[in-house]
Design a protein around this ligand. Structure first.
Ligand SMILES: [Zn+2]
Length: 459
């Protein structure tokens, strides 16, 4: 028999739920470098070139806002400062990871979730120690101290990590490539703490077969550095962002207290740094696919789920329009088969005929105007003469940038920067509390609203 007292308690807890609705399952998607241009070109490419139906899900969520991106010390933020704003609700200097401008630790949304007993996860296509995931579960005044960030992760109690970058965890001098300077083996330290680990490309199958059980923890890093660009792994030989997100849901949703999961489309940014239109598009589409997985979960738990799709900043100054014309010709992009940064950049070895053959086969440049050919040859001259010629091209090889610009101009677009830009970026949300994410917002407000949706407060 149920006692009177128990009935009273049950009634009280029901009242608490109805009067303080809270998001129990929080998805925080961050498209690194994903400005309005990146969102638009990806949608147009999907519709007009891939001939697939419908809008991107990230352009379809009902509650939308525009957010600022600037940091405490400059109008053009980096991912560390912008991520810190999105993760903690505080502005900081470029390069700082969840620290204020004086170097004090800032409490992150992930840590707030842990305080509430929720499970937590970090998923990305970059090294897992890169700035955007780092701002949720580590504190450091130097984003480049990825070894230190990795050490913070071991102490973090985050239930699920998935992405690239095992080189900051693997022991120095072992079989795996390592960037560690000390004698620590953080993979073993994770295992000693009870984590299942999936390390390297060979662990892909084990990861895919893994059926997570309640209470398990996992650390997965499939590459020494970043995961491949989507366009470079179109066969999906490694886990996709969607697969890593889905596995995270399988694991974390078994916690009756709910979960907080950050999922980063991290290489949208890298592609735009390299002026790589197709790389940007494919990684944005892959990001959208990952959001779909969360959306399916939302449809099963609409009262308890919040999905926020944010960007930390825009990258590259992607301009959709070039010269004096009113047309984008995205069909010009359809025969590009490889990324600029990871693949095309390795293609020029000094043999010019071979390179022209390569870009005909892999970049869709089967014929070149004399002007285009001259641009590439000038880049070859530079590259042949000076091994450091890339310093004037954002760190990329002159030949690959020449090709990237020719492809972009053919498509009717261009870029203004090898770095980030200061423009505002779109935000889209759905679910519990989403109606508050509307209007012009500072990036710090996004974190504050998410905390509010979780029933917490950021000062
Ligand atoms: Zn960047």
């Amino acid at each position: 028999m149920i006692s009177r007292k128990k009935i009273m308690l049950m009634a009280m807890s029901l009242m608490a739920v109805s009067s303080f609705a809270q998001a129990k399952y929080v998805f925080y998607f961050i498209g690194d470098g994903m400005g309005a241009g990146q969102r638009q070109i990806s949608e147009e490419y999907k519709k007009n070139v891939l001939k697939k139906d419908g809008k991107l899900l990230l352009n379809s969520l009902p509650a939308t806002a525009i957010t600022t991106t600037y940091s405490a010390d400059t109008l053009i933020t980096d991912s560390a400062a912008a991520g810190t704003a999105l993760a903690t609700g505080h502005k900081t200097n470029n390069g700082y990871i969840a620290k204020d401008t004086k170097g004090n630790n800032l409490k992150t949304l992930l840590e707030i979730a842990q305080d509430k007993g929720m499970s937590t996860g970090l998923v990305t296509t970059t090294r897992i120690t890169h700035a955007t995931p780092a701002v949720f579960a580590s504190h450091n005044i130097d984003r480049d101290d990825e070894n230190g960030i990795a050490e913070d992760y071991v102490k973090s109690n985050v239930d699920y990590f998935a992405g690239g970058g095992y080189r900051h965890f693997a022991a120095k001098g072992g079989e795996l490539s390592s960037k560690r300077k000390d004698g620590r083996d953080l993979i073993k330290e994770f295992q000693d703490k009870g984590y299942k680990t999936f390390i390297g490309e060979k662990s892909t199958q084990d990861f895919e077969k893994w059926a997570p059980k309640a209470g398990e923890k996992a650390f997965a890093a499939f590459k020494a550095s970043h995961m491949p660009y989507t366009v470079d792994d179109i066969q999906e030989t490694l886990p996709t962002l969607k697969e890593m997100t889905a596995k995270g849901i399988d694991l974390l949703s078994q916690d009756k207290d709910g979960f907080f999961m950050m999922v980063e489309g991290g290489r949208i940014d890298h592609a735009s740094h390299a002026q790589d239109a197709v790389g940007t598009i494919y990684d944005t589409l892959a990001f959208d696919d990952a959001i779909k997985t969360a959306y399916e979960f939302y449809e099963k738990h609409p009262q308890d789920t919040l999905i926020v799709v944010a960007a930390d900043h825009e990258t590259g100054g992607m301009g959709l329009g070039f010269g004096n014309n009113y047309f984008l010709k995205l069909d010009e992009l359809k025969n590009v088969k490889v990324s600029i940064e990871d693949t095309l950049q390795k293609a020029y070895t000094g043999n010019r005929d071979e390179y022209f053959k390569y870009i005909a086969e892999n970049m869709g440049l089967t014929t070149l105007t004399s002007d285009e050919k001259q641009k590439i040859e000038q880049a070859m001259d530079l590259e042949d003469k000076d091994k450091d010629a890339s310093k004037n091209f954002g760190g990329y090889s002159p030949t690959s940038i020449a090709v990237a610009h020719i492809i972009s101009e053919r498509a009717g677009m261009q870029w203004t920067s090898y770095a980030h830009t200061a423009v505002q970026v779109p935000l889209a949300t759905i679910g519990e509390g989403a109606d508050k994410f509307v209007g012009f917002k500072d990036n710090t407000e996004v974190a504050k609203l998410i905390a509010e949706s979780m029933g917490a407060k950021i000062k």
